[in-house]
Design a protein around this ligand. Structure first.
Ligand code: PGA
Length: 260
Protein backbone atom coordinates (compact mmCIF):
# COMPACT_ATOMS: atom_id res chain seq x y z
CA UNK A 1 0.00 0.00 0.00
CA UNK A 2 1.41 3.43 -0.91
CA UNK A 3 2.44 5.24 2.22
CA UNK A 4 1.16 8.65 3.22
CA UNK A 5 3.04 11.89 2.65
CA UNK A 6 5.17 12.19 5.79
CA UNK A 7 3.94 14.54 8.51
CA UNK A 8 6.45 15.97 10.97
CA UNK A 9 5.12 17.97 13.91
CA UNK A 10 7.31 19.77 16.43
CA UNK A 11 5.77 20.16 19.87
CA UNK A 12 7.59 23.03 21.56
CA UNK A 13 5.73 22.39 24.83
CA UNK A 14 6.34 25.27 27.30
CA UNK A 15 9.34 26.57 25.34
CA UNK A 16 11.06 28.87 24.62
CA UNK A 17 10.91 31.42 27.44
CA UNK A 18 10.04 34.58 25.50
CA UNK A 19 8.44 35.79 22.29
CA UNK A 20 11.84 37.00 21.08
CA UNK A 21 13.28 33.53 21.52
CA UNK A 22 10.27 31.93 19.84
CA UNK A 23 10.74 34.20 16.84
CA UNK A 24 14.38 33.17 16.60
CA UNK A 25 13.55 29.48 16.95
CA UNK A 26 10.95 29.73 14.21
CA UNK A 27 13.21 31.66 11.82
CA UNK A 28 16.18 29.35 12.46
CA UNK A 29 13.94 26.35 11.88
CA UNK A 30 12.70 27.83 8.62
CA UNK A 31 16.27 28.55 7.50
CA UNK A 32 17.50 25.03 8.32
CA UNK A 33 14.60 23.42 6.48
CA UNK A 34 15.68 25.40 3.42
CA UNK A 35 13.88 26.73 0.40
CA UNK A 36 13.61 23.54 -1.62
CA UNK A 37 10.03 22.45 -2.14
CA UNK A 38 9.24 19.45 0.04
CA UNK A 39 6.42 16.95 -0.06
CA UNK A 40 6.72 16.36 3.66
CA UNK A 41 4.14 18.27 5.67
CA UNK A 42 5.65 20.24 8.51
CA UNK A 43 4.03 21.88 11.52
CA UNK A 44 5.15 23.32 14.82
CA UNK A 45 3.10 23.74 17.97
CA UNK A 46 4.31 26.80 19.88
CA UNK A 47 2.75 27.94 23.17
CA UNK A 48 -0.54 29.86 22.67
CA UNK A 49 0.84 33.40 23.21
CA UNK A 50 3.29 32.97 20.32
CA UNK A 51 0.88 31.61 17.70
CA UNK A 52 -0.16 34.81 15.97
CA UNK A 53 3.44 36.01 15.64
CA UNK A 54 4.42 32.64 14.15
CA UNK A 55 1.56 33.01 11.69
CA UNK A 56 2.95 36.40 10.68
CA UNK A 57 6.39 34.81 10.13
CA UNK A 58 5.01 32.06 7.91
CA UNK A 59 2.33 33.57 5.71
CA UNK A 60 2.73 30.76 3.16
CA UNK A 61 2.05 28.13 5.85
CA UNK A 62 5.03 26.15 4.57
CA UNK A 63 5.49 25.46 8.24
CA UNK A 64 1.95 24.85 9.44
CA UNK A 65 0.78 25.82 12.90
CA UNK A 66 -0.51 23.35 15.43
CA UNK A 67 -1.92 23.99 18.90
CA UNK A 68 -0.82 21.99 21.92
CA UNK A 69 -4.34 21.71 23.33
CA UNK A 70 -7.83 23.17 22.99
CA UNK A 71 -11.07 23.51 24.95
CA UNK A 72 -14.18 22.07 23.29
CA UNK A 73 -16.54 24.98 23.98
CA UNK A 74 -16.37 27.73 21.40
CA UNK A 75 -16.99 30.85 23.49
CA UNK A 76 -18.06 32.03 26.92
CA UNK A 77 -17.22 31.98 30.61
CA UNK A 78 -14.32 29.52 30.66
CA UNK A 79 -11.45 31.31 32.32
CA UNK A 80 -8.05 30.22 31.08
CA UNK A 81 -9.31 28.18 28.14
CA UNK A 82 -8.66 28.59 24.41
CA UNK A 83 -11.23 27.71 21.75
CA UNK A 84 -11.08 26.39 18.18
CA UNK A 85 -12.40 29.61 16.59
CA UNK A 86 -9.60 31.49 18.39
CA UNK A 87 -6.99 29.02 17.18
CA UNK A 88 -8.29 29.06 13.62
CA UNK A 89 -8.23 32.84 13.58
CA UNK A 90 -4.45 32.77 14.18
CA UNK A 91 -3.78 30.20 11.47
CA UNK A 92 -3.85 26.91 13.39
CA UNK A 93 -4.62 23.95 11.15
CA UNK A 94 -4.06 21.06 13.54
CA UNK A 95 -4.46 20.46 17.25
CA UNK A 96 -2.62 18.01 19.50
CA UNK A 97 -5.13 16.27 21.76
CA UNK A 98 -4.58 14.07 24.78
CA UNK A 99 -0.84 14.53 25.05
CA UNK A 100 0.41 12.44 27.97
CA UNK A 101 1.56 15.60 29.77
CA UNK A 102 -2.05 16.88 29.60
CA UNK A 103 -3.39 13.49 30.68
CA UNK A 104 -0.93 13.54 33.61
CA UNK A 105 -2.30 16.99 34.52
CA UNK A 106 -5.76 15.44 34.86
CA UNK A 107 -7.26 15.44 31.37
CA UNK A 108 -9.70 12.54 31.02
CA UNK A 109 -10.70 10.34 28.09
CA UNK A 110 -14.12 12.02 28.21
CA UNK A 111 -12.64 15.52 27.82
CA UNK A 112 -10.41 14.27 25.02
CA UNK A 113 -13.47 12.83 23.29
CA UNK A 114 -15.28 16.18 23.52
CA UNK A 115 -12.23 18.04 22.22
CA UNK A 116 -12.05 15.69 19.25
CA UNK A 117 -15.73 16.18 18.47
CA UNK A 118 -15.21 19.95 18.44
CA UNK A 119 -12.06 19.66 16.32
CA UNK A 120 -13.84 17.54 13.71
CA UNK A 121 -16.68 20.02 13.47
CA UNK A 122 -14.24 22.88 13.01
CA UNK A 123 -12.47 21.25 10.06
CA UNK A 124 -8.95 21.20 11.50
CA UNK A 125 -6.81 18.09 11.98
CA UNK A 126 -6.79 16.24 15.29
CA UNK A 127 -3.44 14.72 16.33
CA UNK A 128 -4.61 12.30 18.98
CA UNK A 129 -1.88 11.09 21.34
CA UNK A 130 -2.08 7.61 22.81
CA UNK A 131 0.46 5.47 24.61
CA UNK A 132 1.15 3.32 27.61
CA UNK A 133 3.00 4.48 30.72
CA UNK A 134 5.07 1.30 30.89
CA UNK A 135 5.51 -1.96 29.01
CA UNK A 136 4.77 -5.26 30.70
CA UNK A 137 5.72 -8.75 29.61
CA UNK A 138 2.05 -9.77 29.23
CA UNK A 139 1.37 -7.14 26.57
CA UNK A 140 -1.30 -5.31 28.57
CA UNK A 141 -0.09 -2.08 27.00
CA UNK A 142 -1.91 -3.03 23.81
CA UNK A 143 -5.18 -2.95 25.74
CA UNK A 144 -4.36 0.47 27.16
CA UNK A 145 -3.65 1.93 23.72
CA UNK A 146 -6.77 0.27 22.30
CA UNK A 147 -9.01 1.71 25.04
CA UNK A 148 -7.58 5.21 24.51
CA UNK A 149 -8.14 5.03 20.75
CA UNK A 150 -11.62 3.51 20.92
CA UNK A 151 -12.75 6.16 23.38
CA UNK A 152 -11.25 8.97 21.30
CA UNK A 153 -12.59 7.94 17.89
CA UNK A 154 -16.05 6.73 18.76
CA UNK A 155 -18.61 8.59 16.67
CA UNK A 156 -16.15 10.26 14.31
CA UNK A 157 -17.89 10.47 10.91
CA UNK A 158 -16.27 8.19 8.37
CA UNK A 159 -16.33 10.98 5.80
CA UNK A 160 -13.96 13.08 7.90
CA UNK A 161 -11.26 10.54 8.62
CA UNK A 162 -8.62 12.53 6.75
CA UNK A 163 -8.70 14.92 9.70
CA UNK A 164 -7.58 12.15 12.04
CA UNK A 165 -3.95 11.53 12.95
CA UNK A 166 -2.99 9.09 15.69
CA UNK A 167 0.34 9.70 17.44
CA UNK A 168 1.64 6.67 19.27
CA UNK A 169 3.69 8.10 22.11
CA UNK A 170 4.73 5.61 24.78
CA UNK A 171 5.02 7.74 27.90
CA UNK A 172 8.25 6.03 29.00
CA UNK A 173 9.89 7.18 25.76
CA UNK A 174 8.95 10.86 26.01
CA UNK A 175 11.89 13.09 26.84
CA UNK A 176 13.90 10.17 28.18
CA UNK A 177 16.20 9.34 25.29
CA UNK A 178 14.76 5.79 25.29
CA UNK A 179 12.80 5.54 22.08
CA UNK A 180 10.73 2.47 21.28
CA UNK A 181 12.47 0.06 18.89
CA UNK A 182 11.50 0.32 15.26
CA UNK A 183 10.14 -3.26 15.41
CA UNK A 184 7.94 -2.45 18.40
CA UNK A 185 6.71 0.70 16.70
CA UNK A 186 5.84 -1.31 13.61
CA UNK A 187 3.91 -3.84 15.67
CA UNK A 188 1.98 -1.02 17.36
CA UNK A 189 1.30 0.69 14.03
CA UNK A 190 -0.29 -2.49 12.67
CA UNK A 191 -2.29 -2.85 15.87
CA UNK A 192 -3.57 0.74 15.59
CA UNK A 193 -4.49 0.18 11.94
CA UNK A 194 -6.41 -2.92 12.93
CA UNK A 195 -8.47 -0.87 15.41
CA UNK A 196 -9.14 1.75 12.73
CA UNK A 197 -10.13 -0.92 10.18
CA UNK A 198 -12.34 -2.59 12.74
CA UNK A 199 -14.22 0.63 13.42
CA UNK A 200 -14.40 2.16 9.95
CA UNK A 201 -13.54 -0.56 7.42
CA UNK A 202 -10.26 -1.37 5.68
CA UNK A 203 -10.35 1.69 3.42
CA UNK A 204 -9.98 3.91 6.44
CA UNK A 205 -6.36 2.83 6.88
CA UNK A 206 -5.43 4.86 3.81
CA UNK A 207 -6.88 8.01 5.36
CA UNK A 208 -5.62 7.94 8.94
CA UNK A 209 -1.96 8.72 9.51
CA UNK A 210 -0.09 7.08 12.36
CA UNK A 211 2.85 8.98 13.83
CA UNK A 212 5.40 7.98 16.42
CA UNK A 213 6.64 10.26 19.22
CA UNK A 214 9.11 9.74 22.03
CA UNK A 215 12.80 10.67 21.84
CA UNK A 216 12.85 10.93 18.04
CA UNK A 217 16.25 12.12 16.85
CA UNK A 218 18.00 12.24 13.51
CA UNK A 219 19.90 9.07 14.45
CA UNK A 220 16.77 6.95 14.94
CA UNK A 221 14.43 8.65 12.45
CA UNK A 222 15.27 6.53 9.44
CA UNK A 223 14.74 3.16 11.17
CA UNK A 224 11.47 4.36 12.70
CA UNK A 225 10.22 5.29 9.23
CA UNK A 226 11.67 2.37 7.27
CA UNK A 227 11.10 -0.45 9.75
CA UNK A 228 8.55 1.19 12.05
CA UNK A 229 6.62 2.27 8.95
CA UNK A 230 5.07 5.26 10.66
CA UNK A 231 3.81 8.16 8.58
CA UNK A 232 5.82 10.74 10.48
CA UNK A 233 6.71 12.00 13.93
CA UNK A 234 5.57 14.12 16.82
CA UNK A 235 8.80 15.57 18.14
CA UNK A 236 9.42 17.34 21.44
CA UNK A 237 13.02 18.02 22.48
CA UNK A 238 14.53 17.76 19.00
CA UNK A 239 12.08 20.35 17.63
CA UNK A 240 13.81 22.96 19.80
CA UNK A 241 17.05 22.35 17.89
CA UNK A 242 16.56 23.69 14.36
CA UNK A 243 19.40 21.69 12.78
CA UNK A 244 18.27 18.43 14.34
CA UNK A 245 14.60 19.07 13.52
CA UNK A 246 15.41 19.97 9.90
CA UNK A 247 17.64 16.88 9.59
CA UNK A 248 14.69 14.69 10.64
CA UNK A 249 12.46 16.44 8.09
CA UNK A 250 15.00 15.82 5.35
CA UNK A 251 15.27 12.15 6.34
CA UNK A 252 11.46 11.87 6.15
CA UNK A 253 11.48 13.57 2.76
CA UNK A 254 14.10 11.18 1.35
CA UNK A 255 12.27 8.23 2.85
CA UNK A 256 8.96 9.41 1.35
CA UNK A 257 10.56 9.69 -2.08
CA UNK A 258 12.30 6.36 -1.72
CA UNK A 259 15.75 7.92 -2.05
CA UNK A 260 17.10 6.79 1.30
P1 PGA B 1 10.30 14.08 23.01
O1 PGA B 1 8.75 14.45 23.22
O2 PGA B 1 10.58 14.08 21.54
O3 PGA B 1 11.05 15.16 23.74
O4 PGA B 1 10.50 12.73 23.62
C1 PGA B 1 7.76 13.93 22.37
C2 PGA B 1 6.41 14.46 22.75
O5 PGA B 1 6.15 14.70 23.93
O6 PGA B 1 5.55 14.67 21.86
Amino acid sequence: MKSHIPLIVGNWKMNPATLGKARKLFLDTRKEIGRKKLETQIAVAPPFPFLSEMQRLSPSQRIGLAAQDVFFESIGAHTGEVSLPMLKSVGVSSVIVGHSERRAAGETDEEIYKDIQAIFKSGVTAIVCVGEKARDAQGNYFGIVEAQIRSAIRSIPKTKLKQLVIAYEPVWAIGTGNHATAEDVHEMKLFIQKIIADQFGRDAIKKVRVLYGGSVKKKNAHALLAVGQVDGFLIGGASLKPKEFAAIIHIAESHGKGTL
